[in-house]
Write a protein that binds this ligand. Structure first.
Ligand code: S3P
Length: 453
């Protein structure tokens, strides 16, 4: 069955059946990084000259960014699903798209494009699927208006209507949330402003945009929590290899800790940017053994191979400072917490309420269905875990159409007393195409059924 959501069709009758497997093992490589893939397409489209993006994440979210750049006249070829060749239009070379731009489920795309489009000469409108149409947009619209942009939202949410051709000025902006999407939207608009812009974050958040802009020749510096950018004449084109997505690897980090056989589970070529990799510190302080092998740089981004060993986990109070740099990994961290001895407490994570779903509520209802002892707070959760024997009962959980909730509960099957059925899993394709096949190759017993692509 199909439902019309926003302006886009979502297939929703897909289900995972995850049965308890004995162990995971071997060596796998997760697909390319979602955050970097979005940014690579945007910046390549704005650059002067030709760029090749290898290891591009061919997921629905990143394809929405690609389609939007094409709609604005950027010449893009895909000789292979993960290889994208872009002939940049130049900073001032984009054209009016001629129709509204559909960002699908992608929060990153709608925030980044709002920044970029508020600096163009033409008008535009951004929409998305049912989930995206409920995501907060004022956090982006407000600073862009301060810069002189004309950005309108509906009750703070999409559709976002942007009037082009406004003169823009550089601003000094203090964000109230530690959001890389907001920071990046401001930086993109700042490329076109009259004078320098600074953005200050209340806490460290991912810095892929800064790294990539610097590689494109932009004068951009970060001191403490403040990033300063000067508008450039042009962006240099750059070819790059996108590292494996740390957030996708996170599911297998936890799977390895819960069920790796002898020799561990190896995850190849994972992006290890320190503004992303908070989960490593958290899992290690829970007693998890994850070794980094062959650390190296891939362009401006640190990468390495991870070897994950089966470990006895213990509960901890997760330091609040690590929450923004582990925000997308918190659903699967909660699965690890349910399998850790004692209590784990996560606070300061209210942002989880406004992701693709309310992730605190989605995880809590899954825990209730599978018999995990927990209590919910406005900004987090308290979990009493169980390290000996199955931590989860058999049962059925609803992912609420959220890719990360679906994959987290698939991993939970490693410590379940019977099968876990996860409903509404089609959106796994927004970030992790091929998840089921890769999980099976590592030893998880997950199958997918239902209609829809
Ligand atoms: C992202 C930033 C984070 C993250 C999202 C990707 C990005 O969102 O949750 O999945 O690529 O900039 P916020 O910036 O809203 O924290």
């Amino acid at each position: 069955m199909q439902v019309q959501a926003g302006s886009r069709t979502t297939q929703w009758h897909r289900t995972f059946e995850a049965r308890p497997a004995r162990r995971v093992a071997g060596s796998i490589a997760v697909p390319g990084d979602k955050s970097i893939s979005h940014r690579a397409i945007l910046l390549a489209g704005l650059a002067t000259g030709f760029s090749e993006v290898r290891g591009f994440l061919a997921s629905e979210d990143c394809l929405a960014s690609l389609a939007a750049m094409r709609a604005m006249g950027v010449a893009i070829e895909r000789p292979a699903p993960t290889c994208v060749r872009v002939q940049g239009a130049g900073l001032r070379g984009l054209g009016a798209p001629g129709h509204e731009l559909d960002m699908g489920n992608a929060g990153t795309a709608i925030r980044l494009f709002t920044g970029l489009l508020s600096a163009q000469r033409f008008d535009s409108r951004l929409v998305g699927d049912e989930s995206l149409m409920r995501r907060p947009m004022e956090r982006v619209a407000k600073p862009l208006r301060e810069m002189g942009g004309d950005v309108r939202t509906r009750d703070g949410m999409p559709p976002v209507d942007i009037r082009g051709g406004r003169p823009l000025r550089g601003i000094d902006y203090r964000m109230t949330v530690a959001s890389a999407q907001v920071k990046s939207a401001i930086l993109l608009c700042a490329l076109y402003a009259d004078g320098a812009t600074t953005v200050t974050s209340p806490a460290v958040c991912r810095d892929h945009s800064e790294r990539m802009l610097e590689s494109a020749g932009v004068k951009i510096t970060t001191e403490g929590l403040t990033t300063r950018i000067e508008p450039p004449e042009r962006l240099m084109s750059q070819s790059l290899d996108v590292p494996g997505d740390f957030s996708s690897a996170a599911f297998f980090m936890v799977a390895g800790l819960l069920g790796a056989g002898k020799g561990g589970l190896k995850l190849e070529n994972v992006g290890l940017n320190p503004t992303r990799a908070g989960l490593l510190d958290i899992l290690r302080s829970m007693g998890g053994r994850i070794d980094i092998e062959n650390p190296r740089m891939s362009g401006a981004e640190p990468v390495g191979d991870l070897r994950v060993h089966r470990s006895e986990l213990r509960g901890i109070a997760v330091p609040k400072s690590l929450v923004p740099i582990a925000i997308d990994e918190l659903p699967v961290l909660l699965i690890a917490a349910a399998c850790a001895e004692g209590e784990t407490v996560i606070t300061g994570a209210e942002e989880l309420r406004v992701k693709e779903s309310d992730r605190i509520a989605a995880m809590a209802s899954g825990f209730a269905a599978l018999g995990v002892e927990h209590s919910v707070m406005p900004d987090g959760m308290r979990i009493r875990g169980r390290a000996d024997g199955p931590a989860f009962g058999a049962g059925q959980v609803d992912s609420r159409g959220d890719h990360r909730i679906a994959m987290a509960f698939a991993v939970a099957s490693l410590r379940a007393s019977g099968p876990i059925t996860v409903r509404d899993t089609a959106n796994v394709a927004t970030s992790f195409p091929g998840f089921v096949e890769l999980a099976r190759s590592a030893g998880l017993d997950v199958t997918e059924s239902g209609n829809g692509a």
